[in-house]
Design a protein around this ligand. Sequence first.
Ligand code: GCB
Length: 893
Amino acid sequence: MIGFIMKKAILVLFLVLFCPPIISAQRINTTINSVWRFHKGDINTSVKAIATENWQIVNLPHTWNDRDAFDEIPGYYRGTCWYVKELRVPLEWKEKRVVLQFEGANQKAEVYLNGNLLGDHIGGYTAFAFDLTDGLKYGEVNTVLVKVDNEHDENIPPLSGDFTFYGGIYRNVRLIVTEPVHFEICNDASDGVFVETPLVNEQKALVTINGSIENNTSERKKIVVETLIIDKDRRVVAEKSSRFLLPPESKTGFSIEGLHIPAPKLWSPESPYLYQTITQIREEDNTAVIIDKAVLPLGIRWFEFDNEGSFLLNGKPLKLIGANRHQDFEDLGNALPDSYHYNDLKTIKTLGFNFVRLAHYPQAPEVYRACDELGLLVWSEIPIVNEISQSREFSNNCLHMQQEHIRQTRNHPCVIFYGYMNEVLLGLQYDRKLTAADHQQTVAAILDLAKKLNMLTKTEAPDRFTAMALHYYQEYNESGLTEIPDVVGWNLYFGWYYEDLGDLTKFLSEQHARYPKRPMIVSEFGPGADTRIHAETPAPWDFSEDYQNVMHASYLKQMMDMPYLSGFAVWNFADFGSDGREDTIPSVNQKGILNFNRTEKDVCGLYRAYFTHEPVLHIASRNYAWRTGLETSEGTGTCIDSVWVFSNQDKIELLLNGKTLGQKKVEDHQVSFEVPFKNGRNLLNAIDENGHSDQIVINYNVVPLHLNPSGVGDLAINVGARVSFFDPGTKVMWIPDRAYTPKSWGYVGGVPFTKNDRQLKTGISQKILGTDCNPLFQTFVEGIKSYRFDVPDGKYRLTLCFAEYISRGSKSDLINNFSFGDSPVSTPEPREFGISINGKDSLDNLNLERDYGDLRAVTFDFIVIAENGTGIKVDFHAIIGKALLNGIRISSI
Ligand code: GCB
C-alpha cells in the first residue's frame, strides 16, 4: 500500500515538474436550466417585494401552453407569467464578467437582477443576453427574475399564423463567465467572433475571422489574437496572429485575414466535413496564458444559381430535397431539450433530405449545429407571417429580429438562405373590408418593409441568398414583391386547398417561362393525414394516409422532372401544434410526414425510396395492419385491397402467405398489388431480384357481403364516410358506409356528408367535444330515414353516435377552416327527431343542440333482440328539420 502511495506521489511530482502548467483561463459556458420557480399570471406587488417561495418548481426548457393549447377550451393562455432563479455566485467571480444568455423566450421578456431591471427583449425566436457583472452580489445568492409575456402584440411578428405561439422560457438559459478581457458577448447574443470565407474553390480557401474584443479593466492591454484552423484530426492547417492595443474600458474591432487552406476538404450534404477555427486572446507580456477562446465550425463550400435558376453547390448541380420543420413536439409544446432537436434533424437526414426550411422562425442553436454536423442545407427565416402592421415599431422590431437572427446563425456553414416573409399578402387577400386604395397602400408598405429587410440581410450576410415564401396568388408578381429576394419560394397546395395535383406543373412551368432566370423553390406542399384513416379510393380532404401517399408521389414525380426547379421542401416534417385547427386531430396541423410524436406515416417510405442509397422495400401498410373490409364477392370470404410497395429497386414480387401474387416493375418508386386478404393473419412478403425483402402481417376481419345466415360478430360503420377510421383507444375499426342492399346493411334515405369529396358535401371539420374520435363524428348522413342490418336472430348491442354540427357559410370555408377574413358560421338548423328500433320507440324528441350542445359527441348503447328473421331496423322520424346519424355499430352479445 505504502509502495503504491509512493509511486503515485512520484508520478504527481513528475507531472508537476515536466508538464507545462494549465495555461488556459477558459470561459465558463453552462446551462442553468434546473430548478426555476414559475408563476402563471401577472403579479401585483413591486418586483422587490415578490414572494416567490411558493411558486411551482420547474426545469427549463418550459412552456405554460403544453396542455391548454390542446384542450377542448378554445384558445390558450396568452399573457404574462413570471420565473425566478436563485443564483449562488462565488466570490472569485468578482474579477470576471458574468453574462446571462437566453436562447429564446416567447415573446417579450423583462429580466431583473436582485430587484433591478437589467433590460428587456422583444421577439420569441431569437436569443438575447444581459451582462450581470455590475449588479451581482459576490459570494452570495442572487435573484434573477424574468417576466415573460406571449400576448398578441400588434408590433411584434408573428401577428398570426398556422402554429401555436407557446409562451415561456422555452429554450436553454446559459451562464457565461469570462475574464475581463474577452470576445464580445452581448452583440445580439452572437458568438462575437465571425468566420468568413471570402474565397473558396477546390484549390484553396481563404478565411477571415473578425469580431470585437472588450477590455473591461481600467488598464491598457496589449494583446495577441491568434487563429488556428484545425482539421478533423486536429491538425493545424492554417494559423495567423495579430497584436492589438486595447484602451481601458473599451471595445475594439479586430480582423484576421488571409488564413489560407490549400486543397480544402469541401463541406456538402454528402460529406459534411468540418474544420474548426480556434481564435484566442493572450496578453502580450504573458503569452503563456490564454484569456479567452472562441471555437467555431468552418465548413468550406460555395453555392450559386446558374442562369436557369438551378442551384449548384461546390460547382455541381444539386437539387434541394427538403423538409420544413416546426420546433414543437407532442406533450412538450415548444419546450424541447436539445436532444429532441438533434433527433429531428437526424431523422430528416436519414429520410434522404439534404435541405431544411426552418419555418417560420429562427430555431434553437442546437438545430443549426446539428445541420452543420449532419450536412443539411438550411433556409432560416424570421416570422413575418400572413400580414404586417404598418407601425414604425413593427418595422423596427422586424429589422432588429433579422439582425439578431443573422448574427446568431451566420457562423453556421449550413445556412444558405435567409428568409424574412411568409405568405405576407394572405391577410390582405382575404380582408374583404379593404378599399382599393387601402389595398394599394398596404401592398406599398409591405414592399417597403421587404426592401429594407432585404437590404439589411445583404449587409449582415452578404455571402447568403435572401428568400421569401409566397402563396398561390398572382399579386406577388404583379406588385413587384417577387423581384426583391434572390430566391422565390412557392407554397403550393394544388390537389388540396385548390385545383388538381397536375396543375402544379402547369403553374411552375408558366412561372419559369415568364421568369426564366429566377431561382425557384417549392417551399411547401402536402396534405393533412391521419394514420387512423384509410381509403380504398383516396381523395383530397379525406385525411387518409393513402391520399398523403398519392399527393406526395404525384408532386415528387412532377418536381423531379423540372430541371428549372432548384428544390422543394415538404410541408411538414412532422405534425405540429396549431391551436385554431380543427381537422381530424384538433389543434394539430396534420401535414407532417411523421406524427406529432415522431412515429412515421407511411409516406416516409416513399421518401426513403426516392432519396436514400440503401435498397428500400417498404410495404405501405405500417399503420394499417389491422383491417376490416367487406367481402369483395359473395361467399368468397376474401377482400381484395390494394397494397403499395415503395422501393428504389427495379422489380418487386409480392407473396401472400408464401404464395406469389406476381412480380411487377417499380415505376416512380412505387408499385401496387391487388391482394386477396382472407379472414385472420395474412403475411405479406415483398422481395426484389437481389433478395432484399420487407414483410408485414395484416390481420384482416373480412365482413361477409350478405349478413345472413353466417351472422356478424362486430360491425362498426363510419356513417356517411368513404374512409375507415381506426380508434386506437377501443381498437374498433369503423368501416366506410354504404347504401342499404337487401341481405346486407346500410343507410336508407338522406345525403351522406363525406369528408373526401370537395365537389360534393364535405362533412365538417370542426372540433368535436367529448371524444378523441373526431373523424367518426365529422361525417354523417343527414335526412336519414332508416339504418338496416339484415342480421340473423339474436341478441345485439347497438351503438348510435351523433353530433350536432354548425355549418359554415361557404364551401371554401368548409374546406379550409384556417382561412382569413370573415368565415360566416351559422347556428345549427333546428333539428329534433325520434328513433324506433325494430318498430319500438327508443328515443323520443332527440334534440342534440338543446340537450347536449352542438359539436359534442353523443352515443347511446341499446340492447336489441332480432327475431323472426327481420334483422335490425333503426327508423328515424324527423319532427323538426332533418334527422342525422354519425356512427352505428352492432355486435352480437
Ligand atoms: C401555408 C403556411 C403554413 C401552413 C400551411 C398549411 O402555406 O405557410 O404556415 O401551416 O400553409 O398547412 O395550410
